[in-house]
Design a protein. Structure first.
Length: 95
């Protein structure tokens, strides 16, 4: 049996599913603004969600992806580089 090392992201704030366009959040201390929050894929009993956000100071775009039934273990953070979202590690998300 192969065990995958799980990296949990600390999530602090209200229910992540209630975040919407215009809300602010902090990623490892950097304040960002939400541009969109939507269902990427509906798997029936669970939904794969995406939150698109941006850093207004650096003009950079990011995406948070998670499954609504297991947020802290499934949460992943991506940075848009050219036309591709590349996964990056984060430790803390606050909203």
């Amino acid at each position: 049996m192969v065990r995958r090392k799980e990296k949990m992201v600390t999530v602090k704030g209200k229910n992540i599913e209630k975040l919407k366009k215009g809300d602010k959040l902090k990623i490892d201390g950097t304040e960002m603004e939400i541009d969109a929050h939507y269902v990427m894929i509906d798997h029936g009993k669970t939904k794969e969600m995406a939150i698109e956000c941006f850093d207004p100071k650096k003009d950079e775009d990011f995406q948070i992806r998670y499954f609504n039934d297991n947020v802290e273990l499934s949460l992943e953070f991506y940075k848009l580089e050219e036309i591709v979202y590349n996964k990056i590690e984060v430790k803390k998300i606050e909203f």
